[in-house]
Design a protein around this ligand. Structure first.
Ligand code: 13P
Length: 286
């Protein structure tokens, strides 16, 4: 059962300069469809859960689904807790078996964020789990977390100090990226990624993947973005596939749930496959 740590997964990707797709799932269907895409594409994949998903499904059921669906899976997979400001949820998921967490203390002053992130890293190490850290909020609200206001940006020195002192395994800088749909063309500070990894070779997490172009993905991955997050696109694909199928079902007055699930699964799987090709993770399973 190749469940691997985030550290190992991003280590390969960072060295070879491809991006591991990190998809947010929110139910059994999205989880299964994305794992199926990873198997078909021979791609490593990170499955992410928001705090909202953990709370709505429950960590026991969620982790049970994960364990059953990844039993004997032939590609490297890893389970990650996305943006989590709540220490209790971090502890719950680490104890349950999540492979890594994003401790999101970006709303706190950097010194307090740093102090608590050091504690979270120590806690995660007891489970051989990884930690992603951030010091600036990524713009946009996702699953009730975050803000639509742009966050205060920190200097390169502050960012490097945070990574060095906390020992996080992955760092998520704000580079003009945003969660949700971009309201206008994003102006990305790709150089910031290069500046960070030139000093500390830490894998960078690219948030706000939905709406970026293939060129933007490829450029940022080449600079060191080894983890590429996609959430909104999974939600939109899921909802629109349901809508299209249900409209058709209504027109035909034919109501068969398994056919609905099959149709939606295929669309979600196709979305995942497309990103695996773009990010260069296709065929990289080891
Ligand atoms: P999108 O919702 O823009 O794809 O961003 C996903 C993300 O960064 C999750 O943390």
């Amino acid at each position: 059962m190749p469940i691997v740590s985030m550290q190992e997964m991003l280590g390969h990707a960072f060295k070879e300069r491809y991006g591991v797709p990190a998809f947010n799932i929110f139910n059994d269907l999205t989880l299964e469809a994305i794992l199926a895409a990873a198997v078909e594409a021979r791609s490593p994949v990170i499955i992410q859960t928001s705090v909202k998903t953990v709370k709505s499904i429950g960590s026991d059921v969620l982790f049970g689904m994960w364990t059953e669906m990844t039993r004997d899976i032939p590609v490297p997979v890893s389970l990650h807790l996305d943006h989590c400001p709540e220490r209790a949820v971090i502890s719950e998921c680490l104890a349950k078996g999540w492979n890594s967490v994003l401790f999101d203390a970006s709303a706190l002053p950097v010194a307090e964020n740093r102090r608590q992130t050091i504690e979270v890293v120590a806690e995660a190490r007891r489970y051989h789990a990884g930690v992603e850290g951030e010091i600036e909020g990524i713009q946009g609200v996702e699953d009730d977390i975050g803000s639509d206001e742009a966050s205060k940006l920190q200097s390169l020195e502050v960012a490097l100090d945070f990574v060095r002192v906390t020992g996080v395994d992955c760092f998520a800088p704000a580079i003009g990226n945003a969660h949700g749909m971009y309201k206008s063309e994003p102006k990305l500070d790709a150089q910031r990624v290069s500046d960070i990894v030139a000093v500390i070779p830490v894998p960078i997490a690219l948030h706000g993947g939905t709406g970026l172009t293939d060129e933007q993905f490829k450029d940022l991955i080449a600079r060191g973005c080894a983890k590429v997050n996609i959430s909104t696109a999974v939600k939109i694909t899921f909802m629109k596939a349901n809508l299209a199928f249900l409209r058709d079902a209504e027109a035909k007055n034919k109501w068969d749930p398994p056919s609905l699930f099959r149709a939606v699964r295929q669309e979600v799987k196709n979305l995942a496959l497309k990103h695996m090709q773009t990010f260069g993770s296709e065929g990289k399973a080891w």
